[in-house]
Design a protein around this ligand. Sequence first.
Ligand SMILES: [Fe+2]
Length: 188
Amino acid sequence: MGQVEWAYGLAKDLLKAELPRRWAHTQGVAEQAETLAPILGADADTLIAACLLHDIGYAPDLVDTGMHQLDGARYLRDVAGADERLCRLVAYHSCADNEARQRDLLDVLAKEFDQERQDLARALTYCDMTTDPDGRHLDVRDRLAEIHSRYGPEHVVSRSIAAATPCIVSSVRAVEAALSDVRQAGAG
Ligand SMILES: [Fe+2]
């Protein structure tokens, strides 16, 4: 079985019945990954698989620390036996080191997982941060506003997203620039 097929089955089992909206979001995030094939080459499947798995830490059975990026990555490492790169991408997706700091888990996260290559980490952040909770695609600024309004100003996720905003926006813009370069090269 290929990595994408495996990730799809695992994420569907963990999310579809219990968290259908999260599953809709996940599928939209994976669709975005497919659009990045021109800039990712051989790593495209790894990114699609990471997109499918990025939010499994929200599945009720997986919740442990409450930081979904860490809980999901631990499940991938300890239970699912996933590729190390997938664990790393999920652990740090969408600039999660900011949320780890807010939750006092940065040392734990850094001790357990290394960071993945920056272009892949940015690509995952792009896919997540340009997809709304229903799986529709939108600009990163609208996505950030949506997260703030969904969680409210006091929530740890809103505080984390505020701290992560420069990292998230620069990741998205870097991927958009890489895509535009590839398209121009193709047109010229
Ligand atoms: Fe997400």
